[in-house]
Design a protein around this ligand. Sequence first.
Ligand code: AMP
Length: 535
Amino acid sequence: MRGGMQEWPLVTWRLLDHAARNHAERAIVGLAVEGGTHRTTWGAVAGRSRRLAAALAGLGVGRGDRVATLAWNTWRHVECLYGISGTGAVAHTVNPRLFDDQLTYIITDAADRVVLFDLSFVPLIERLAPRLPSVEHFVVLTDRTHMPTSTLDLLCYEDLVASGDADFAWVDLGEDEAAGLCYTSGTTGNPKGVLYSHRSTVLHALAATGVDVLALGARTRVLPVAPMFHVNAWSVPYAAAAAGSALVLNGPHFDAATLTRLIVDEGVDFAMAVPTVWLGVLQHLAATGGDLGGLNRVFIGGSAVPASMIEAFAGHGIAVSQLWGMTEMSPIGTIGAPTPEVAALPPDARLAMATKQGRAVFGVEMKIVGDDGGELPRDGVAFGRLLVRGPWIVDAYFEADAPATDADGWFDTGDVATIDARGYMGIVDRAKDVIKSGGEWISSIDLENTAVGCPGVREAAVIGVPHPKWDERPLLIVVAEPHVTRDDVIAHLVPRIARWWLPDDIVFVADLPHTATGKLLKTELRATYRDHLGG
Ligand code: AMP
């Protein structure tokens, strides 16, 4: 047979070239690390990314080399993603909230040759540099006037960009070459690297723009509070280029007052963040009586979303959609966009569906399996380990000898879930967080979500604690307003949960520990409260 389609490798710079040609004037607005608001456009960022690519090539960075960033969400960080991958190198977004030892491990494991970092991290880099033998150049993401004095020989990002050739030709890459690298934020063992290919990044970005996914278009003004160092800000720097959306970036600021102001002042209509960020914003609004301007959609992912949070946003006229995914999935797996059938349900039933994690987007296959590996029914009741496969899901970890999947290509997410007949997936728990009590399972997530529905309870964590009779029993640890008593919480829980799910004790604390990506740090809680029930 003759005839066919063109060979057009799916590489990241095509997304940027598209934005530059078709959306050049669209805004990229961001809070600068140096202070103030920086206004630029996709057209300008595209030009600077090309210069950066040229300058990196001039430093000797070549195909397959890893180049790290330790940076907040800024226009410069967007340039880094494209500039690095446009030279054929791999943009390794490092989470600066990790501990020194984890950072040293990750940068050394990745053998990063260059590190580009924000001014916020000068002390961190000075501390770590002697332990980073692979790194040849440290680049500060700032201009000449803000360059710090340092014991290290630091390069200035703006000088580097200015020195780059504006006509640099993007490196001619195959779509299966690596474009990005992100390490899992594993709470046990060493973090593992997930390599994103150009192809997986572009396919994922295209899927992300879809109406029932992120619904990005040229009229969207999106604020991805989710950091680029946490799975590429959930694809937004790539998907927004494909869609021509305006980007609003919060830089180093995560406090509720600043986020609220940014959303209102910059006309943000869509924002994405983990639940803890939204918790702060909702508390701020309740305390100040403020609003969120033209924001009409928020996407929440990274941890389960309680019904009370969805209702609180509804009170501000804002629709919540839940997003589930993971570092190993680029990250998007499911989205809670309602089907017509779900949209037609009575409010309570609709709310119950919104607390589920949603339906698989095209490109993600899912199934749940029992202990014997056999597939469980999609009836919304049976629960088992959630397995996934698709073109933007990890095949093997960075430099690993063994595949990360089983013989049929399924990747075990480590989550335990239900899937119903309509394809809605509901996370029951992380497999390691589920509480096994007297041979039955208790979902820590369900208990937490119910507990935060109690007026005055701000945040809740439930862990399984060793128990002499029942193996494990749930312990509820809460952050609450001072007037909330133990009896209040119990009175709230009793009518809403099975009797035997009732936590054996409730502990009131000032703060709960979180991981570097904003999840509850349950390993620490389990260690602290191991003996709490005399088990
Ligand atoms: P990470 O790789 O750090 O993004 O973590 C991925 C894990 O976060 C998943 O395997 C889930 O356990 C959890 N997670 C992400 N999104 C959600 C969600 N919407 N609801 C419940 N858990 C979530």
